[in-house]
Design a protein around this ligand. Sequence first.
Ligand code: FES
Ligand SMILES: [Fe+2]
Length: 350
Amino acid sequence: MSSLSQTVQSRDVRQLDINPNHWYVVARSTEVTNKPINVIIWKQAIALYRDSQGQIHALEDRCPHRQVKLSHGQVVGNELECAYHGWRFNSAGECAAVPYLTANQKLPNCKIRRYPVKEQDGFIWLFPGDVEPSVEPLGLPEWEHLNYIATVSVINSQAHYSYLIENLMDMYHGHLHQDLQAWAEAALQDIDEDDNRVDAHYTAQSYYKIDKIWSISQLFLPALRRLHPEPLDVSYIYPHWVSTLGKDFKIYCLLCPVNETQTKAYLIHFTSLNAFWRLHKLPVWFRRFIKDSLFGAAQKLLDGLVVQDVQMIEEEQQAYLQNSQRRNYELNRALVSVQRLMRSQVERLG
Ligand code: FES
Ligand SMILES: [Fe+2]
């Protein structure tokens, strides 16, 4: 082992950097209009905006003239105009116009960083790495698929991303959510892992069975829920998380780590309508109507889970900041694999 990798091995997981050579999720599609917004991915401030053709662009959020935030400005045609003196920048980050340039002056040769960005499956995916992307965004095929209804909840936690991922990979914490009846009796069966992912396979009891169209109401009527066994698979597909509970549910957590003690993420819950073959024979416009009208059906459940999880994650972070030497007693070997993956993703940069 090289001395560099030794340093990384011994580096505290709560202070790990991210591997920037992946696609992170920085916003929902609907949040980005022709009015620029500021997002932060791992300490880098970025101005996101849509041009006159609806195309998304991501530029460093810093005007090279006087270093103020470009996201205070406005989009003019396909250029981003700074609020202060009106300098304009094209989507490559080059200065394209200065309103008071005199005939004998040249445009300043200043350039800011542009980031590769994609709009896909309802979200804005950004690649913060220095190299050209060689991987694709994770993708959520259920987002457009007519057989799935979606619910989105936003996670804003004052904690390192490792706490969130460990929370999501440790299904023994169903205990915390007992009053919300999410799942019960998880038991880890086995783990698969490679350089890019950890798959932990649990058995569990699910409260929900979506086999009749009215079973969807189980999402908001607890009296209709009946515990029954289902496989529960959770995967850390670096840097994001995906889970399936039986055939009826799929949940994604798309990460946007902000800094060492702050993590934003989007939790997306899909309920499957696959069991209703009669529904699939109906006209597409009607199926889309059903999908759209049921959007957010699991909102209360999902938001409730997030509040409980965020409280625990933030307390872990606080305890760490007060005393980073105190050790945990961990029984779930999936978490060993998860920490190994986080470390090796950062180590491979070295
Ligand atoms: S600071 Fe942006 S144009 Fe002057
Ligand atoms: Fe949870």
